[in-house]
Design a protein. Structure first.
Lengths: 298, 300
């Protein structure tokens, strides 16, 4: 019974990893780049929204859209500064370093906006309920449900709509898409804005289950999102969802068995093992078999 | 010189070792987020061999070089199939695993000057080599600076060798390199190993200078700073990483009144430099242009 309870907790906690990994995966899928500033752009969005809320004192119904707007604005800023100037093939590493520099900048701005080390965060009042001897946290069930809905919507939008075709065309070959008349610049910016909105929802849900914000949230987001995405499969939306849940499950079990330091150790060992054995991720393409994606390997 | 200036200069020298080790890996076309771990391993090895075993400086630093280079060798064999982004993330994982395992290293000895030895999260205290040998901060700066200078001169000398030229070709285009009979695998492994050793050497000096080290000092921020220095400095010439270090620490220390906003400024500055000079300030293209001009002048 104990193990079932730990598994449930782990999977429910993993849903927050899934949510963050989805935004990462979207950006990577379209641009084939890693946005290291993703977590801190979400932190900045949250910090700015809290700052505005502090000044104007409005209710939670207005707070959520404010978070989403600020998150997508900060993501757009990251795209304009780090990714738009480096959209050549040689710019992959440069844009990664540039996004790292912007990460530090955004973290510092957020720290200026939130001077206290910890800051309370409005939480959704959802109660815990029990089923037999098992406990479920209501807000975490809401998280997993929303993560599932978002990944389903994204999946449908990318694979079934006209905009999805444009997105995949840019992802497949930006130059060809440009020749066909796609505005690749606009597509990239829109991708970042959508990733910002998804990230904003994710950040809001994660923080409302924790009911506090710390300046380390940005680093946490980037790390866990990156790991969950790479376990699931680079650029695969379904992989990001399941990768997050798997990471949560394994972390919960191993930290229960061996102590809290093992939470971090697990994260990195799983990722290292996955990278060595199957670098494309568990649900991504096998980059050695698939010749085409081997060429695209960055 | 004031103590403040000496400390700043020593810190700049020590972080230059990480920047140069990141530069060596960038030459063979990989990006490593893990150099901080080799720096940390070097620091722990040097601290152990001077404080616990009582070895000489030269032998201790040699041990630091060898041990961290062998860890880097392990990394390069583990990641032999990976490149680019995958290598970057794998090196980050490897580095964090090494760092987290330092939290579990506990071996302390009580002496009359206090507890020494690695003590898990509390770190390695009382590395008293500097005091035992009566080395003033100025003299330590001279030791560190002369080893950095020797390293730079060695790299400048090697720059025109066949080894480095082949390595640059491997970094530029592996397929072309293979087609003229260069084995990318050999160059990758040897450069990653050398870079690990250089970082470990710097870490050893850091441990002696700081007299106290703990695992949390060697987090990802340290390594990525080194990487950022060598990228903004440029990959054309071994002086590039030093220029990057100078831009960050030298320039921003001189505007101390803005220290609250330092990271905001530095982050924006790096992004702006990368927009203007995507290949870094001393880029390979700039170096080859200067060389061409020099040849023209000598011919004329």
């Amino acid at each position: 019974m104990e193990y079932i309870q730990i598994s449930i907790d782990g999977i429910l906690y993993g849903s927050s990893y899934s949510l963050i990994a989805l935004g990462f995966s979207l950006v990577f899928g379209v641009m084939r780049r890693i946005n290291l500033a993703y977590g801190s752009s979400l932190l900045l969005g949250i910090a700015a929204a809290l700052w505005v809320e502090n000044k104007l004192n409005f209710s939670i119904i207005f707070f959520i859209p404010t978070v989403l707007i600020f998150c997508s604005l900060s993501n757009l800023y990251v795209e304009r500064v780090c990714f738009a100037p480096h959209n050549t093939k040689a710019g992959v590493v440069v844009s990664m370093i540039s996004s790292f520099a912007i990460w530090m900048q955004l973290d510092e701005i957020s720290a200026q906006l939130l001077p206290d080390r910890t800051h309370s965060f409005p939480s959704l009042e959802v109660s815990t309920f029990e089923f037999g001897e098992l406990f479920f946290r209501g807000d975490q069930i809401l998280n997993i449900f929303i993560a599932f809905i978002i990944s389903a919507i994204l999946f449908l939008a990318v694979y079934k709509t006209k905009y999805g075709i444009i997105l995949r065309a840019v992802s497949n070959s930006a130059d060809t898409a440009k020749l066909m008349g796609c505005n690749t610049n606009l597509v990239n910016s829109l991708t970042f804005i959508v990733a910002g909105v998804i990230g904003g929802i994710a950040a809001f849900l994660v923080l409302s289950t924790e009911s506090q914000v710390t300046p380390l949230f940005g680093f946490w987001c980037t790390l866990k999102g990156l790991v969950a995405m790479m376990i699931g499969g680079l650029g695969s939306l379904v992989g990001a969802f399941w990768g997050g849940l798997l990471l949560g499950l394994l972390e919960a079990h191993l930290s229960y068995q061996f102590g809290p330091v093992f939470r971090e150790i697990t994260t990195f060992s799983i990722l290292l093992i996955v990278l060595i054995i199957r670098p494309g991720g568990l649900m991504g393409v096998n980059i050695y078999k698939d010749l085409k994606s081997r060429d695209e390997r960055i | 010189m004031s103590l403040y200036l000496v400390t700043i200069l020593t810190n700049m020298t020590l972080i230059s070792f990480i920047a140069i080790s990141a530069y060596l890996i960038l030459i063979v076309g990989e990006v490593s987020f893990g150099q901080q771990a080799f720096f940390g391993i070097g620091a722990y090895v040097t601290a152990t061999s001077t404080a616990l075993l009582g070895l000489d400086l030269v032998i201790a630093l040699f041990f630091a070089f060898i041990v961290s280079a062998s860890f880097a060798l392990v990394l390069s064999f583990l990641t032999v199939r990976l490149s680019g982004l995958y290598f970057a993330v794998a090196s980050l994982c490897f580095a964090e695993l090494l760092r987290l395992s330092l939290y579990k290293v506990e071996y302390t000895v009580e002496t009359n000057s206090g507890t020494i030895g690695p003590n898990g999260p509390e770190g390695f205290q009382n590395i008293r080599w500097i005091f035992e040998n009566n080395i003033s901060p100025e003299n330590f700066l001279i030791i560190a600076l002369s080893s950095l200078l020797a390293l730079i001169l060695f790299l400048i000398f090697m720059e025109s060798s066949k080894l480095f030229k082949n390595a640059r070709l491997v970094g530029k285009d592996q397929i072309v390199a293979q087609s003229i009979g260069i084995k990318p695998f050999v160059y990758r492994v040897s450069f990653i190993t050398l870079a690990g050793g250089v970082a470990g050497f710097g870490g050893g000096l850091f441990a002696l200078f700081n007299t106290y080290i703990e695992p949390s000092m060697f987090g990802i921020m340290l390594g990525v700073h080194g990487l950022a220095y060598s990228i903004i400095g440029g990959l054309g010439y071994p002086l590039g990483p030093l220029l990057g270090v100078f831009i960050d620490i030298g320039l921003l220390e001189s505007v101390r009144f803005l220290s609250e906003y330092r990271m905001i400024l530095f982050g924006g500055l790096v992004a702006a430099i990368l927009i203007i000079f995507p290949e870094g300030i001393i880029s390979p293209r700039l170096v080859s242009r200067i060389k061409r001009n020099l040849v023209k002048k000598t011919n004329a």
